[in-house]
Ligand binder design. Structure first.
Ligand SMILES: [Zn+2]
Length: 160
């Protein structure tokens, strides 16, 4: 097991080997990659740019590293947003069901808030889990601009 070392963070440089979409009616996307784990030092304050070299293809990637405090704060913000999305989801869902289930008198249309609530249900249904997953994985390291092979690379968090 990897023990976390204070002031450092482990990230994986993901090199995408192939990304193929096969099939005609049923499309299957197959992505293969190779992860290489790096330990990067966090700055004392603010943020710092570090250069990581992909061991597979020698591409140099620039990553931005933030302090643990900043990373923790961002995780709290993301978690709060996820919680808010969940609340909005249930409220909008209850409202949509309530208004949509009503039998309207002739000539009366649904209130304008009805389509808004339907859209909110769909948006928050997708956003809440995404934000929640991000809030757990965010480690304060993000991939900055890099030369051309950037789109074939990613920086993934490593669970300590
Ligand atoms: Zn590479």
């Amino acid at each position: 097991m990897n023990r976390p070392i204070p002031g450092t963070v482990e990230v994986a440089v993901r090199h995408i080997l192939s990304d193929k979409v096969t099939g005609f009616l049923v499309r299957t996307r197959r992505i293969t990659w190779k992860d290489s784990v790096f330990r990067v030092r966090r700055p004392q304050s603010g943020k710092q740019t570090v250069e990581l070299t992909c061991p597979v293809c020698d591409a140099s990637l620039l990553a931005e590293v933030r302090t643990e405090t900043r990373a923790r704060r961002t995780r709290v913000v993301l978690r709060t947003l996820a919680a808010l999305c969940t609340i909005v989801f249930f409220a909008a869902f209850a409202y949509a069901v309530h208004e949509g289930g009503k039998t309207l008198p002739e000539g009366q249309s649904l209130p304008t808030l009805f389509p808004v609530s339907v859209v909110s249900v769909f948006v928050t249904f997708v956003a809440a889990p995404v934000l929640f997953v991000k809030s757990r994985a965010y480690n304060g390291v993000s991939l900055l601009d890099a030369p051309k092979p950037r789109r074939l690379h990613g920086i993934m968090p490593v669970r300590g």
